[in-house]
Design a protein around this ligand. Structure first.
Ligand code: SF4
Length: 433
């Protein structure tokens, strides 16, 4: 690890490490099941960011935390910090089952969903059968059909609740955003929890065995069709045993041991960019006055856990005193790192978010927004009321260009204006009122 420029960092992706630029600066992504982490883990991430990077963090809309701008020679120290508090980065990048995201904030049934997410996280993370996949495989658990989130991942479970002592989910597959958005389809309805792991395992195996490198599950299904996909899946799952998800202890405890079981206090974070100093401040409050847990929401905000017996009043007072709960409403705008940090980024997402913040009228400020630095759509602009995607990089000769999306029906948002300069984009959004 002495001469960082000679190392091929592509081999490190499976460990959540990604090369950002030609100077061999690295990004490391902590993989947080359901976006939940302990205050102690948050402080370890702050330590790593402040000691070995610039003291800034990026919260992702899949509930992970990234540190950017790391040098290769300090990776051992960063992993020591993470290992000491049980943080994993395994499978956070590369061809693996990625972090399992979920409807964290104000989610009915969140204790049950979180038990499911943790079980899946433990099952798939680091499992040699589910690494070296053709490309990433994204799983999410939703608590209902609001929005179009059940349509946009490789595999989504929609939690239906408990009936006759059995937890049930609908399972949707083969969705995705990116350059070729594809809405997923309902694979199986009302699947009991204990049948989920064999079913997911079967889907991942069909994907692994039949898909060329670099392609997602949606590409395989587009190629072979739903009928053939179901036939292949049937062979993979035939005779597979059930796996219990909720243990008797978890069933006995109910939500009592689960972070967020009584709700959350949402701490807004503009465009997912947070200083380690601010996260450290929130983590210390959570450790001293809360239950020791916080989470990253899918809108890239911080969530302070309220589990059974936690009084929210002193927590809110401490967060307000620390300047973390503001009076004015923060614009809800998801943003990927864009050209600020991502090698694929075409436009400066955070700068655009700030300009949006200064431009939008009261009506459009109340809606949800998302900006992605390129058509890969990592901030899920097709799921927001209004989305912006950078489609051309700017230079001295030509302007950067943007597409504006709007979502009105049940599916993904669609482009309503294309190839706008920044000035044209800001004029268009100002006219929304
Ligand atoms: S959308 Fe593009 S620019 Fe943004 S993080 Fe993803 S790949 Fe990078």
């Amino acid at each position: 690890m002495n001469d960082s420029e000679k190392i091929d960092y592509r081999n490190f992706k499976i460990n959540g490490v990604y090369q950002q630029n030609d100077a061999a600066e690295l990004m490391i992504r902590a993989k947080l099941p359901a976006g939940v982490l302990s205050a102690i883990q948050a402080i370890a991430i702050c330590d790593a960011s402040e000691k070995y990077s610039n003291g800034m963090l990026h919260l992702t809309c899949r509930g992970n935390i990234e540190i950017h701008g790391l040098r290769g020679d300090i990776l051992p120290q960063v992993f020591q910090l993470y290992n000491a508090v049980g943080l994993t980065t395994r499978g956070a990048c590369g061809g693996a089952v990625r972090s399992i995201s979920c409807a964290t904030a104000v989610a009915d049934g969140f204790p049950r969903i979180q038990i499911l997410v943790r079980r899946l996280h433990n099952y798939f993370t680091g499992h040699p059968h589910f690494e070296s996949l053709p490309k990433k495989f994204k799983i999410a658990v939703e608590n209902g059909y609001q929005g179009a989130r059940h349509l946009c991942q490789d595999l989504v479970m929609v939690y239906l609740g408990e009936e006759d002592g059995r937890d049930l989910c609908d399972v949707w597959v083969a969705g995705g955003l990116g350059r070729q958005p594809q809405e997923g389809f309902l694979l199986a309805g009302r699947v009991p929890f204990e049948r989920l792991i064999p079913l997911i395992e079967g889907v991942v195996k069909v994907y692994q065995k039949n898909t060329p490198a670099g392609k997602r599950l949606k590409h395989l299904v587009a190629e072979i069709g739903e009928t053939e996909f179901r036939a292949l899946l049937s062979k993979e799952t035939s005779g597979a045993p059930a796996y219990p998800v909720v243990t008797p202890l978890e069933a006995a405890l109910g939500g009592a041991s689960t972070p967020g079981a009584s709700g959350w206090i949402e701490v807004p974070v503009f465009a997912g960019q947070l200083s380690a100093a601010d996260l450290r401040s929130v983590a210390a409050i959570v450790r001293d006055l809360g239950d020791g847990f916080l989470a990253i929401s899918r809108d890239q905000n911080l969530l302070v856990s309220l589990s059974v017996g936690i009084d929210p009043v002193p927590l809110k007072q401490a967060l307000q005193a620390a300047g973390m709960l503001k009076q004015e409403k923060t614009l809800q705008c998801r943003a990927c790192p864009g050209s600020h940090l991502c090698p694929k980024g075409l436009v400066p997402t955070r700068d655009v978010a700030r300009q949006l913040d200064a431009t939008l009228g009261d009506g459009s400020r109340a809606l949800s927004w998302a900006i992605s630095g390129c058509p890969n759509s990592c901030s899920q602009p097709q799921l927001a009321d209004y989305g912006i995607i950078g489609v051309r990089k700017g230079s001295e000769e030509k302007d950067a260009l943007y597409d504006l999306y709007s979502r009105s029906g049940d599916g993904f948002g669609k482009p309503v204006r294309e190839k706008l300069t920044l000035a044209e984009l800001l004029k268009a959004v100002a006219e929304l009122g």
